[in-house]
Design a protein around this ligand. Structure first.
Ligand SMILES: *[C@@H]1O[C@H](CO)[C@@H](O)[C@H](O)[C@H]1NC(C)=O
Ligand SMILES: *[C@@H]1O[C@H](CO)[C@@H](O)[C@H](O)[C@H]1NC(C)=O
Ligand SMILES: *[C@@H]1O[C@H](CO)[C@@H](O)[C@H](O)[C@H]1NC(C)=O
Length: 331
């Protein structure tokens, strides 16, 4: 027969996951908090003057008040590939894509993971989320070795590199599947994203550098980066993590922790979420981090509200929305 090219059929549509998180949320006591249409990520489409005028009303991670429009534009305009607007941009290339549910492991850095032996279980999820000082080498048995998403702000990443060098945290994990999600709370984030994508030095601000940043590897490309939308962070604060400090004059130092944003982002995008290494009511039994060499008790700072976050994880677990790891023998 004649050799000819035939049109390939479109891929079959992804089967909807039958009883995914979002379907469970709208049947739970969380239904009034949850907004199905909240944007989780921001990208080039959002870099408009109208959006700037709206978002410049909100400071820190909640808007663009501390960032000039040129910086926003130069940075977001680079986020114009389809990978920048979707959480699971590589799903269609995954061997598991015919599964109907996207299962995520969200791994916090809590001491409860020390000697947990959860590494294998964590690795078996479709996507693995980590944040800040998530050192992997040497801890694989307890936390796994894959990182699909690394979540950070420039400030928290740099602080983690300074504080946890001694336990082997030399920078964000790097692998073929790893994507980097900025939680921007300063112009430093937008300036770092631009420099990393273009492979050029950071051209201004307090992180100004002579060389291109190498935190994410060399010439990583725009497809590797995503940036949380300030509306998402403000929505999380307003509806899920409204802390008492917000009613005081110290309100400006508060934001939900990076780990909290990571877990809530997973809840808003994955079909199933298992959370490991998040704080539980028996937290005094465990060191602050799984990677601590010596026991450090958890210290509470007023820029986050870990007790409020702990209560939220507990409530989400009880409502059957997430599965929260609660220590050996407690699951
Ligand atoms: C994204 O913008 C760059 C210029 O910064 C351009 O070369 C590229 O074609 C654009 N990609 C898409 C998918 O529009
Ligand atoms: C994780 O460990 C497995 C088994 O040792 C190995 O095949 C894989 O390459 C590792 N993945 C990463 C990202 O290190
Ligand atoms: C981690 O777990 C081991 C074994 O249970 C224990 O001996 C060690 O003290 C723990 N590390 C910290 C920092 O708590």
């Amino acid at each position: 027969y004649i050799k000819q090219m035939y049109m390939t059929p479109p891929p079959p549509p992804k089967k909807a996951c039958p009883n995914n998180i979002r379907k469970r949320i709208v049947k739970s006591s969380f239904k009034d908090k949850f907004l199905e249409t909240i944007p989780v990520l921001q990208w080039s489409n959002h870099a408009t003057e109208g959006e700037y005028n709206r978002l410049k009303n909100y400071a820190g991670a909640f808007g663009w008040q501390n960032v000039d429009f040129d910086t926003i534009k130069e940075s977001l305009n680079l986020l114009n590939s389809s990978a920048n607007s979707q959480m699971f941009d590589d799903w269609d290339q995954r061997p598991n894509k015919m599964n109907s549910c996207i299962c995520c492991a969200v791994v916090g850095n809590g001491g409860i993971l020390n000697d947990s032996q959860m590494g294998r279980e964590i690795n078996q999820h479709d996507y693995v989320f980590r944040a800040n000082g998530a050192v992997v080498k040497g801890f694989e048995k307890d936390i796994g070795n894959r990182t699909s998403f690394y979540i950070f702000s420039t400030n928290t990443m740099r602080n983690s590199m300074a504080s946890y060098r001694g336990v082997g945290f030399l920078g964000p994990p790097q692998s073929k599947e790893t994507r980097y999600i900025f939680l921007p709370d300063h112009d430093r984030d937008y300036l770092l994203a631009k420099a990393a994508i273009l492979n050029i030095p950071i051209d201004r601000g307090r992180d100004k550098s002579n060389n291109p940043p190498t935190f994410f590897g060399e010439r990583v490309g725009r497809e590797k980066f995503k940036v949380f939308h300030p509306d998402f962070i403000r929505y999380l604060r307003n509806r899920f993590l409204w802390a008492r400090i917000l009613n005081s004059k110290h309100r400006d130092i508060y934001r939900p922790s990076t780990g909290a944003v990571m877990l809530l982002a997973a809840i808003h995008t994955c079909d199933e979420v298992s959370a490991y290494g998040f704080m539980t009511p028996d937290y005094t039994k465990y060191s602050d981090h799984y990677f601590d060499k010596k026991f450090h008790k958890v210290v509470f700072y007023s820029n986050h509200d870990y007790r409020l976050e702990m209560q939220l994880w507990h409530d989400l677990h009880k409502a059957g929305i997430i599965r929260l790891y609660q220590g050996r023998g407690n699951n």
